[in-house]
Design a binder for this molecule. Structure first.
Ligand code: GLC
Length: 731
């Protein structure tokens, strides 16, 4: 390894060689004392690598020269230990040899691609989410990456917004649980001792964009901001997340990139010690927002508000020197930001060894291992929601003599990986067709595409119908292509695209033994399939092991256990539709002809409510008890597997505060647990809701939440098994 000569002072203060000095802040201050103004500003400047841009490229600069002058503190979109080593070597040529941080959007896996985060949310399985994050962290660290721009924690209610695919769904409690699981999975050191920085994004309320149009204005009450959007970000802080990324949107007139209310909350109330990075170009975009007069003012506003690093807007590198000279940004504010960056670099051990993440042998040995693929298959199987299974079509009890595999997603490797993938452009995912051929080598399997994803061309229908007629079983695979959900991929019409639903109807006519797999990055509308299909599995985008996860469920090796993480609208006109709504004074009812909040032309209820999903078995709940204890509200029951298969039941507990200082939602999920029971087995189940979960932000600020409640035990937000009333006071 090339020996790097670090100035004696920096060396004497570096890392663990002088274990007695634990305070990285002191070490950082010692380096800051050596830095010029340009070098300080350089640490706050993040540039993308030359391999790809994940946003609009604003300037064409000589990055090598900037690196050698110490004018870049971190980079993104640099993949592989070889590439990161090359750029690290350039950065270490700068006067103080301060190592670079490398960040990457590892949203659902690095080389082994996992189900999209919305699919992982559907698993309602904390350990599955954590396992996926841990594999992603190990693969990323082996590839020279230090910093993962994940978890994305934008609670979302509008499926027109393309980024619901990378988020935690519509519930703030579940989103908080996901935040904790992902931060722990990402930031726990691996066996090689390498740690990662996670990044809670996008801070905040980005998903509240009006009309579901990406980057659009967010106009939100303080109650909704605190009770819906902020909880998962607070959970991430409690879990020790290393960084936050600000969002593109404004909140009530102030863009997040300079929203001092947000960063005072973060640094002062939540006692956050890490760093905040802007989103791509978001500081400069405050001029476009009409908030900053020019990019210089934007730089002043962002740094003074608390944004540490400027990603790809060049506002900091272009204007901070003048702002400091003019006293508009104090050198103390600048030093505080630089300290936050240097402390992270110490935490990762980069001052000890800037190349400790750059080991090509470890990289080769760590990526796409059988173990990682097995984890991906497990998580994918836990993410599949069975929406319908009539006539007992599933599970398949024996090998069908013949199978017609139909639809544009049945054999598409790239689409299985979905959006926000790092290395899947040479997609290696297992398709449904491949997995069915593996599963049933003796069956006659015919594949007919039938139609494209997003076209009006029905010329392939006839071949599909003929194939369906001849087959004992039909497997349809329909949905969105990988680039129909994701960033800047909002859709005004979220129906199943093209003529796919017509193809499905024609196939059902030809052969009623048809099962339908729907693959997408968002909830879609597909009412004809919902009504006519004998069996429907919602498969999202399941990643590298997609096909195997599907056959695990089709054969009954895995009993489906996933549930709806975000309400599926039955009509575009309902949007936004979500379970944790307020009651209003005239809630909707089914009967016509009265003064209620119903529509006169469409159903007001979602096609599939939050928490909904079917299993191959059935469960009975007995002896449900609710009580208060010193540590919280206890909800217990005897749960029995009354069906013919072993399987999971997602026990869900919702609370409704009946009256008080401000109105509260008709239901709020406050506890959930996947409970596995063998066929015929019964078990005593108890869930505890700590009293702190009752707190809410009302018209007079934070409230304890003591008062009269209804406690619902449900199989979904709409299917209540039992309800108890209880007063929760004196805690
Ligand atoms: C993108 C996304 C953000 C991502 C960043 C870097 O615009 O909004 O989620 O982390 O830029 O790629």
């Amino acid at each position: 390894m090339k020996k790097i000569i670090i100035p004696l002072l920096a060396l004497t203060l570096s890392g663990n060689t002088f274990a007695q000095q634990k305070d990285y802040g002191q070490k950082a201050d010692s380096i800051i004392a050596l830095m010029t103004l340009d070098e300080k500003i350089g640490q706050l400047n993040m540039l993308t690598g030359n391999w790809e841009a994940t946003g609009p490229v604003l300037q064409d600069v000589n990055k090598s020269e900037m690196l050698k002058k110490g004018l870049v503190g971190s980079m993104l979109n640099v993949k592989g230990s070889k590439n990161t080593r090359q750029l690290q070597e350039l950065a270490l040529q700068a006067r103080l040899h301060i190592p670079l941080l490398f960040g990457q959007d590892v949203i659902h896996g690095y080389r082994t691609v996992f189900p999209i985060p919305l699919a992982q949310a559907a698993s309602f399985d904390r350990s599955a989410v954590k396992d996926a994050a841990a594999v992603a962290a190990r693969e990323s660290a082996a590839a020279g990456i230090h910093w993962l721009f994940s978890p994305m924690l934008d609670v979302a209610r509008d499926p027109r917004w393309g980024r619901v695919m990378e988020g935690p769904g519509e519930d703030p409690y579940m989103a908080s649980e996901i935040a904790r699981a992902m931060v722990e999975g990402y930031q726990s050191a691996g066996p090689d001792g390498l740690k990662m920085m996670a990044c809670a994004k996008h801070f905040a309320a980005y998903s509240g964009a009006i009309g579901g149009r990406d980057y659009n204005t967010v106009d939100v009450s303080m109650q909704t901001l605190h009770n819906l959007y902020l909880p998962p970000f607070k959970a991430a802080a409690e879990a020790g997340v290393a960084s936050y990324m600000c969002s593109f949107n404004e909140i009530n007139g102030v863009p997040s990139s300079a929203n001092k209310y947000l960063y005072d909350l973060l640094y002062k109330d939540w006692n956050f010690k890490g760093l905040v990075v802007s989103d791509w170009g978001s500081i400069g975009e405050m001029v476009v927002h009409g908030y900053s007069k020019d990019r210089k003012m934007a730089a002043e506003q962002a740094l003074n508000a608390g944004v540490t690093i400027d990603m790809e807007s060049y506002c900091y590198i272009d204007h901070l020197k003048a702002l400091v000279a003019e006293g508009k940004v104090t050198e103390e504010t600048l030093n505080a930001a630089v300290r936050r960056v240097l402390i992270q670099k110490y935490e990762l051990g980069l001052f000890d060894d800037p190349f400790r993440y750059c080991d090509p042998k470890r990289e080769k040995a760590s990526l796409l291992t059988d173990e990682n693929r097995a984890t991906a298959r497990e998580v994918a199987g836990k993410s599949i929601i069975m929406l319908k299974n009539e006539a007992g079509l599933l599970p398949l009890r024996k090998a069908p003599a013949s199978i017609a595999v139909i639809g544009p997603l049945a054999d598409s490797k790239r689409d299985m990986d979905g959006n926000w993938v790092i290395l899947s452009h040479d997609a290696i995912a297992v398709t449904v067709l491949e997995a069915l051929k593996e599963e049933y080598p003796k069956s006659r399997i015919e594949y007919v595409k039938g139609c494209d994803v997003n076209s009006t061309d029905k010329s392939g229908f006839q071949a599909a119908i003929e194939a369906a007629r001849k087959a004992e079983l039909v497997v349809l695979a329909l949905g969105e292509t990988w680039d129909m959900s994701g960033e800047a991929k909002s859709r005004g019409d979220i129906h199943l695209p093209g003529v796919q639903e017509e193809l499905a109807q024609a196939v059902y006519q030809a052969n009623p033994r048809s099962l339908t797999l729907l693959m997408a990055g968002r909830p879609m509308i597909f009412n004809a399939i919902k009504e006519q299909a004998p069996a429907v599995l919602y498969c999202w985008w399941l990643g590298t092991e997609a096909g195997h996860a599907v056959t695990d469920v089709l054969t009954g090796r895995r009993n489906p256990s996933a549930r709806v993480p975000m309400s599926f609208p039955s009509h575009l006109g309902q949007i936004p539709v979500y379970y944790n709504h307020k009651n209003s004074g005239r809630p909707p009812v089914d009967q016509a002809g009265n003064y209620s909040g119903r529509y006169i032309d469409i159903d007001y209820k979602p096609a599939y409510p939050f928490g909904y999903g079917l299993s191959y078995t059935t469960f009975a709940y007995d002896n449900i008890q609710v009580s208060t204890a010193s540590d919280g509200l206890h909800v217990s029951m005897t749960l029995r597997n009354t069906g013919d298969y072993d399987g999971n039941e997602l026990v869900q507990v919702y609370l409704q505060k009946l009256w008080g200082e401000s109105t509260r939602p008709v239901k709020e999920l406050k506890a959930y647990e996947q409970v596995f029971l063998k066929k015929g087995e019964s078990r005593q189940v108890e869930l505890t809701i700590p009293y702190k979960e009752l707190a809410y932000y009302g018209q007079n600020g934070w409230q304890k939440g003591d008062g009269d409640y209804k406690v619902y035990v449900g199989r979904s937000a709409a299917e209540v098994v039992d309800m108890k009333e209880i007063s929760i006071v004196n805690f």
